[in-house]
Design a protein around this ligand. Structure first.
Ligand SMILES: [Zn+2]
Length: 168
């Protein structure tokens, strides 16, 4: 009885439906949807649509659901370029393989060149979303899923800095 009271109280603070269940949302889908890595429920970015370019990189200060701070230190997101690079390479490999299977490559014609043009256009068009994905992925390196996400992180920041000192 006491426990349900606590959950109801938390539920009133957040407008997000957290009564659903305690199952951990999948990592890949949470990343792709740019969700907070700690609760995998709150949104990292204020505007859901990354193609509203003025607001593409506009992040909330902290997660609306679990209060995880998103900017955990000055210049934190410089490191997201590593993720951006990895995603770009992975996407290019994927389109290369898909092109190879569906269209094929030959030294006799320009199909390799066409793939390069196609891939470049795709990467440029996807850029606003990929930039968000890179930030989400970068934060997820440092902030793990917390099954007690209903409780705001208290010592989280200090612990995170220690972890980073080992990583840099
Ligand atoms: Zn969160």
């Amino acid at each position: 009885m006491e426990a349900s009271f606590v959950i109801n109280k938390v539920n009133n603070i957040n407008e997000v439906d957290i009564t659903a269940d305690d199952r951990r949302p999948g990592l890949l889908l949470s990343l792709l949807k740019c969700k907070c890595p700690r609760c995998r429920r709150g949104d990292m970015f204020e505007n859901k649509n990354p193609y509203v370019l003025r607001k593409t990189m506009k992040m909330s200060r902290e997660c609306a659901v679990c209060k995880q701070p998103f900017n955990i230190e000055v210049g934190f997101y410089y490191g997201s370029s590593y993720v951006s690079y990895a995603v770009t390479v992975a996407l290019s490999v994927a389109t290369f393989v898909a092109w190879w299977i569906l269209i094929g490559f030959s030294l006799q014609d320009n199909r390799f060149f066409y793939w390069m043009v196609f891939n470049s256009v795709l990467l440029i068009a996807a850029q606003p979303y990929l930039m968000r994905l890179a930030r989400t992925g970068w934060l997820a390196f440092f902030v793990r899923y917390d099954k007690n996400w209903r409780t705001p992180p208290t010592v989280q920041l200090e612990r995170l800095n220690e972890e980073q000192e080992k990583n840099w």
